[in-house]
Design a protein around this ligand. Structure first.
Ligand code: VAH
Length: 313
């Protein structure tokens, strides 16, 4: 049995579908704090799970005795700055509770998402390496950095096979992001189709590492399928994607929607968060250890996003 905690989120929604296609619907238990908004989880087992409620989680592990657990529940960067203590509590307590339960129930593999948000203003900004100065200045960022330290610790001390990826900003059409700084890169597609214009909250030349959700899901499965002995990183793997600015994304969208116009909102608090993050990432460890290679570049991603969104708009 595979248990996904935080199944209603941007990653969880797609991961449930993908894992059910691979392992069968009943093998994948989706869980989240409330029942899913969309129907995608209705086709298989769903449970209410609150990562802050240890008894609730314990009952879930008791009931399903999962062999794999994906802990995707988290508060992202922008909301984390509005609710810092709640973000720290949910991101950290949630992880520690799941790590303890995974050890207690001898779970074979655990996945936990980290982020390029673990880097900060003094990290190298171009081709940011796996190892470097990391001084994240958002609660989300340092909760993910601390979480990586815990993952490596549980692997070293208790032999728990916990694996993690430092995702870039993720772009997909099946589920919207919730409260991040990179969310503009998803909203822009919806607005381009609906109104033909979009007011971006990051400045025109703000470059950030991004990744199409299809690649992010494939990377997650590849990492989880890799032989344990191949993995040399037990904190979290750098995962590069496509780095682009709002200007570059808008130009790509214009190839499909010629009249599309982008404008910019000044002084949004998310600009300072974006400015503290890398512009591009070096993911040579992912290539070397488990053969990672990206498939979607900006052109392919834009075409696929618009193609799928226009069918569901
Ligand atoms: C956020 N989407 O914006 C997340 C992600 C790198 C960005 O961690 O907070």
């Amino acid at each position: 049995k595979i248990l996904i905690i935080g199944a209603n989120g941007q990653i969880g929604t797609e991961l449930v579908t993908t894992l059910r296609n691979i392992h069968g619907t009943d093998a994948v238990i989706a869980s989240d704090i409330n029942t899913p908004a969309d129907a995608s989880h209705q086709n298989g087992p769903f449970e209410i799970a609150n990562v802050l409620d240890k008894d609730n989680l314990h009952q879930l592990f008791e009931k399903y005795r999962p062999t794999q657990v994906y802990l995707l529940a988290a508060i992202l960067s922008a909301i984390g700055e509005q609710k810092p203590k709640m973000a720290w509590d949910l991101n950290m307590t949630g992880l520690l509770q799941v790590l303890d339960l995974a050890v207690e129930f001898k779970v074979t593999k655990v996945f936990w998402p980290s982020s390029i948000a673990v880097f900060g203003p003094h990290s190298p900004q171009q081709q940011t390496p796996q190892y470097c100065v990391m001084d994240p200045n958002t609660v989300y960022g340092f909760s993910k950095l601390a979480g990586e330290r815990w993952c490596e610790y549980y692997h070293a001390k208790y032999g728990l096979d916990v694996r993690s990826l430092r995702y870039p900003g993720l772009i997909g059409w099946k589920a919207n992001p919730g409260g991040g700084t990179t969310d503009y890169a998803v909203h822009i597609f919806h607005e381009a189709l609906k109104t033909g214009k979009y007011q971006g909250f990051l400045s025109a030349e703000t470059a950030l590492p991004m990744m199409y959700m299809n690649d992010a899901i494939r990377a997650t499965i590849s990492l989880m399928d890799a032989p344990a002995e191949a993995l040399t990183i037990r904190s979290s793997y750098n995962l590069a994607g496509i780095s682009f600015t709002p200007t570059q994304l808008a130009a790509e969208i214009k190839k499909h929607i010629p009249n599309f116009e982008i404008g910019y909102i000044e002084n949004d608090p998310r600009q300072a968060i974006a400015d503290s993050w890398p512009k591009s990432i070096d993911d040579s460890y992912a290539h070397k250890d488990w053969g990672w290679n990206i498939e979607y570049d900006l052109q392919k991603m834009t075409a696929d996003m618009l193609e799928n969104l226009k069918n569901i708009a």
